[in-house]
Design a protein around this ligand. Structure first.
Ligand code: GLP
Length: 264
């Protein structure tokens, strides 16, 4: 587990985008797992900038998004389909058939649909890099506390905390989806590399529990301790409850010297 500490959210986004970009340059047909949430917006902006500058080509990249609200059509302004197109896909040269986002409009045969999403990931050769944000309650994707560490793509009921956090994007009085389709923790652990991004003091407790706490289904992101290649990129406020910060700084310095590929 590599913990990269950055001064602020801007430096975090830059580092995360550079890391993803260098992997795409090394493997143009990269299979990229994507996340939504406000933390991701700046990262997508940086990737769009690199594309516009002519240094990043998405023509062969294949993407799989983590999750989608159940009951929201792709055109709904609060759907993750809409978010991804608005912040990322509309501005890069990815082929539409290479984009995969769970379908929030399904209303029967959920297990069959979710199994087909897992199959599509396998057919693409598996996810090379999975980008993750983190919820205040430690969720990754929409794997709410007590999600099984072995879980795969499935229907998930959202927690009260998540509903409250995400309600800010819905208009007052608008019906807020209670459920989502999300890749499972087991699906995420199947990615070859995992990159978790966290910024801001509201994420500090979840970050500390995920990196330094026990592995527990009460904090879904703590399951990442089981992954052989996971990198956390966090800013100062999000890192404020970590107790081993000096050690992470020394590891970063030694990594830059010995295995710089892990940082870029
Ligand atoms: C949603 C998404 C998560 C994301 C989280 C944090 O719940 N399903 O994938 O990590 O929001 O969002 P934000 O970055 O806005 O704090």
């Amino acid at each position: 587990m590599l913990v990269i500490l950055k001064r602020d959210a801007e430096a975090v986004s830059l580092q995360a985008a550079e890391l993803v970009a260098s992997h795409i340059r090394r493997k143009p047909a990269l299979v990229l797992g994507l996340a939504t949430g406000s933390t991701m917006i700046d990262i997508y902006q940086q990737l769009v900038r690199l594309h516009r500058e002519g240094t990043l080509d998405f023509s062969q990249v294949v993407t799989f998004n983590l999750d989608e609200y159940l009951g929201l059509a792709p055109a709904h302004p609060q759907s993750f389909h809409h978010f991804m197109h608005e912040h990322f896909f509309a501005h890069i040269n990815i082929h539409p058939r290479s984009i995969h986002i769970p379908d929030g409009t399904i209303h029967e045969n959920y297990d069959q649909y979710c199994a087909s999403y897992e199959q599509a990931i396998r057919d693409a050769g598996g996810i090379d890099i999975q980008l993750l944000g983190i919820g205040r309650n430690g969720h990754i994707g929409f794997n709410e506390p007590t999600s099984s560490i072995a879980s795969r793509t499935r229907l998930k009921v959202l927690s009260k905390e998540t509903l409250a956090d995400n309600s800010k994007s819905f208009s007052p009085g608008e019906k807020h989806p209670q459920c989502a389709i999300t890749m499972g923790i087991g699906s995420i652990l199947g990615a070859r590399k995992v990159l978790l991004i966290a910024t801001g003091a509201a994420k500090a407790a979840a970050v500390a529990k995920s990196i330094e706490g026990p592995i527990t289904s009460a904090v879904s992101a703590s399951a990442l301790q089981l992954h052989p290649d996971v990198t956390f990129i966090v800013d100062e406020p999000a890192a404020s409850q970590l107790t081993q910060r000096d050690y992470y700084v020394r590891v970063m310095e030694m990594t830059a010297l010995l295995t710089p590929d892990r940082l870029s």
